[in-house]
Design a protein around this ligand. Structure first.
Ligand code: GLY
Ligand code: MN
Ligand code: MN
Length: 506
């Protein structure tokens, strides 16, 4: 299907690509006929979104940091994949956090916090649905009801979000009104036109200062998500829970994945089906890495076989409709039993993860979790005679680092709407920051022995293991949100046996 008569399509200022002209024009008879005979839109307002009760305090918190400044937070636009086909839409995470909008909402929208004497007034500017008399209804493949379904009216969006709403066409005038400084969230992949339209009306800041002001807002919005509210923790708990279901589906499908060949792809597909069914999507590209592929940290090609006797490293997460995602890794023996060599590596990674989790408590530094885990990794490498220097020498950040050959990544990152959440936060609040109750982080040590690594004993070559769980910092320590999935080698074997004995899922 391609979209209809170009001449009839409403102007879309966000669209700069050449439009195809191979379209059949609409007759006047069709144009007269098409608006008639439709049931009226419902006048019953929709229920508020689940997040709506939580968004005002988030907006208040950012308002308090930028008294007197206008804050402009774009959702981001649809993005062309090719010709008239767009990528699936996902709003910017800061926009989703402040508006409560999730799956598919709302392309081209802009949230504006207008300064007042008391704080800020929030208005959501977006493209409300047009009446059926408008050619958009039938001729606009990007926004029209016949193409993408019924969109929200202003009143419906107000009911969903609890925000005052206005048509996006009113945004230029609103921005032209004099405010103090205007700060605009930097949306990394926003098109130039959108950015120009949002930033062109500034008054109080000089050009150099504008970039710095935008950067401050962008950092603040990222740091605003460092500590999750109750809604966010519950969403992450649910995301972990449905991700665990997805891992179970994968285990049930392992015999079929082995039998078919290209089993990594089969695993990716089974998890993807589950993710799309239980939530919005996968929260990031699934890593389904068998055998030596597990030693490629971001193995998302997933085109290898699953051989009996291999380990499968599965790093996957379901993203819910609220856009919160899990990020879980289990390393599983394809046929359900670890070999001695695999178990040796697995137990070392598990011990590192236990040490990391034990260090995760309020008042500790974020980096303490990594320090605890990586020490255990280095100790095992040393005990196996692999580390060419002593443990402390290797752990010296200035002069050592040898152990990093076998675990080059960090142990933790913040988790939330983005799988790598809060990435714009400042170092002092992230890596050097203190852990606080409500923070959600991963704990994900690994050991990666490439088949080509001549410095490790031959029996360990080709083995890669990562164990990754998602934890929330509590008042006393931490809670493992992904604890439903077993971690010890024995528990993994028992869990897999229970699923495999039941046979393929129906
Ligand atoms: N799945 C990406 C990560 O673990 O950080
Ligand atoms: Mn992770
Ligand atoms: Mn992961």
């Amino acid at each position: 299907m391609t979209s209809a008569d170009a001449a009839d399509e409403p102007d879309d200022p966000t669209r700069t690509d050449e439009r195809p002209t191979r379209k059949q024009p609409f007759s006047q008879a069709f144009k007269d006929f098409i608006p008639q005979g439709w049931a009226p839109y419902s006048e019953v307002p929709p229920d508020p979104l689940p997040a709506t009760a939580f968004t005002q305090p988030r907006r208040d918190a950012i308002s308090a940091q930028f008294a007197g400044d206008r804050l402009v937070i774009p959702a981001g636009n649809l993005k062309v994949r090719s010709n008239d086909t767009d990528y699936r839409y996902r709003p910017h995470s800061a926009f989703a956090h402040l508006s409560g909008l999730g799956t598919d909402r709302e392309p081209g929208a802009v949230l504006v916090l207008e300064p007042t004497d008391e704080g800020h007034d929030a208005t959501l500017y977006f493209k409300p649905r047009s009446p059926r008399t408008d050619p958009e209804f039938y001729a606009d493949a990007r926004y029209g009801e016949m193409w993408v379904g019924q969109r929200d009216s202003l009143a419906e969006m107000e009911a969903l979000t609890g925000l005052a709403c206005a048509p996006i066409s009113q945004l230029p005038d609103a921005l032209a009104k004099n405010a103090g400084a205007t700060r605009v969230l930097i949306v990394a992949d926003a098109d130039a036109e959108l950015t120009a339209s949002l930033t062109g009306q500034r008054t109080a800041l000089g050009v150099g200062a504008e970039a710095a002001a935008d950067q401050q807002l962008t950092v603040a919005l990222s740091e605003l998500r460092l500590v999750k509210d109750d809604f966010e923790v519950e969403q992450l708990r649910t995301a972990c829970d449905v991700t665990a279901d997805g891992f179970e589906s994968v285990v049930a499908a392992l015999p079929e994945a082995v039998r078919r060949g290209r089993g990594e792809r089969w695993v990716e597909g089974v998890f993807g089906l589950h993710a799309r069914h239980a939530g919005n999507a996968i929260g990031y590209d699934t890593i389904a890495a068998a055998g030596d592929h597990a030693n490629t940290l971001h193995w998302i090609r997933n085109d290898g076989d699953l051989a009996p006797g291999d380990l499968l490293l599965l790093d996957a997460g379901v993203e819910l409709d609220s856009l919160y995602t899990a990020d879980i890794t289990r390393t599983l023996p394809v046929t359900g039993r670890f070999t001695d060599a695999q178990r040796t590596v697995y137990d070392a990674v598990l011990a590192a993860q236990e040490a990391g989790m034990a260090a995760a408590r309020p008042g500790a530094k974020f980096s303490d979790v990594h320090a605890a885990a990586i020490r255990v990794i280095a100790e095992h490498l040393h005990a196996w005679g692999v580390l060419p220097v002593g443990v402390d020498e290797s752990l010296d950040p200035e002069t050592g680092g040898h152990h990093r050959r076998w675990m080059v990544h960090g142990t933790s990152h913040h988790l939330g709407i983005d799988v790598h959440d809060c990435e714009q936060a400042r170092e002092q609040n992230y890596r050097h920051g203190e852990l606080r109750p409500g923070m959600v982080i991963t704990v994900e040590p690994g050991l990666y022995f490439k088949s080509t690594d001549l410095l490790v004993p031959p029996e360990l070559r080709g083995i890669g293991v990562r164990i990754e769980d998602d934890i929330v910092i509590t008042e006393n320590g931490c809670e493992n949100l992904s604890a439903r999935l077993p971690r010890s080698a024995e528990a993994v074997e028992a869990w897999m046996a229970g699923i495999l004995d039941r046979g393929p899922a129906g």
